[in-house]
Design a protein around this ligand. Structure first.
Ligand code: CAA
Length: 295
């Protein structure tokens, strides 16, 4: 594998492009928006700079990594020489089906098509293609350059050979792959989201305040972020969408999203990305300030 195409240049897409470029792969970063691509390159450079400052990589590696990335606004041009495509577009089932149909037509017949979806069925995404054996989940965690895990999800028809290739490739970029099967939420979000939802219920029912709930989990369970801060970091809209996949996929009320989460998303309070969630976020500030209504 030499050529990797990444579809979508948002938080996950630019993180995935960063990692492959850092380890010497030629990366085609594809997004419909020129503006988004410019922003992604600036983010990648900033994050590479952090690694240089920490002496995790050299200035030369940083320069080479940036030189390894080419940007495209046309999907066909971006994927025509790809050995592997990793789709990291918005978490929307119809959009992913549309993209995979296009990828199947545009990418060479041998190209593996991976998706970074956090919860949409790999088997369903594969059904939009004529190569279901070569469709697989490659679920990176945010921030991608920092987190070790890649959840490798086998769809119903994913071949052993493709799974093995993706497991090996993940190790080549110093990640630790874990193989799981394709059921709602896979493993990561099947376990993480009920915890986050329960933390929101605890707040909603007045069991404790935002900081108290987060402190219990940070100090008591050694989590780097409390569940409410983590929900803000992931995006409250993303949390709601994953919980909905779990709720509908299993038909079990234990996954029902807390009404407070639903209200917050409907009100446009999406966490870090909108500047407000359980905490408020001022641009450039690292301070965690509890949102006014939860004080
Ligand atoms: N790129 C490169 N390096 C980065 C980075 C980035 N985007 N973000 C942080 N870093 C580096 C920093 O430079 C720093 O490096 P050193 O350890 O060498 O000093 C290190 O990561 C820690 O960063 P900070 O000092 O800025 O901040 P921190 O200590 O508070 O850690 C954090 C930040 C790594 C995000 C930490 O809070 C954490 O691990 N949080 C939990 C993250 C998590 O759970 N992610 C999974 C979310 S779920 C998901 O992604 C999947 C899904 O489907 C929902």
């Amino acid at each position: 594998m030499k050529n990797i195409a990444v579809i979508g240049s948002g938080t996950m897409g630019n993180g995935i492009a960063h990692v492959f470029a850092q380890f010497g792969y030629a990366v085609a970063l594809v997004d419909i928006s020129e503006e988004a691509l410019k922003k992604a390159l600036a983010t990648i450079e900033k994050n590479l700079d952090r690694q240089v400052a920490k002496q995790a990589i050299t200035e030369e590696t940083k320069k080479q990594a940036l030189a390894n990335i080419t940007t495209f606004t046309q999907l066909k041009a971006g994927v025509e020489t790809a050995d592997l495509v990793i789709e990291a577009a918005t978490e929307n089932s119809d959009l992913k089906l549309k993209i995979f149909k296009e990828l199947d037509e545009a990418a060479p017949a041998n190209t593996i098509l991976a998706t970074n979806t956090s919860s949409i069925s790999i088997t369903k995404i594969a059904s939009a293609t004529k190569r279901a054996d070569k469709v697989i989940g490659m679920h990176f965690m945010n921030p991608v350059p920092v987190m070790k895990l890649v959840e490798v999800i086998r769809g119903y028809n994913t071949s052993n050979e493709v799974t093995e290739t993706i497991m090996q490739l993940s190790k080549m970029v110093q990640k630790i792959p874990v193989e799981v099967n394709d059921y709602p939420g896979f493993v990561a979000n099947r376990i993480l989201m009920p915890m986050i939802n329960e933390a929101i219920y605890a707040l909603y029912e007045g069991v404790a305040g935002v900081e108290e709930i987060d402190n219990v989990m940070k100090l008591g369970m050694a989590h780097p972020m409390g569940p409410l801060q983590l929900a803000d970091f992931i995006g409250l809209d993303v949390c709601l969408s994953i919980l909905t996949v779990l709720y509908e996929g299993f038909g079990n009320p234990k996954y029902a999203p807390c009404p407070l989460l639903v209200n917050m998303v409907q009100a446009g309070h999406k966490g870090v990305k909108s500047g407000n969630g359980f905490y408020t976020y001022a641009p450039g500030s690292k301070d965690l300030v509890v949102a006014e209504r939860f004080k």
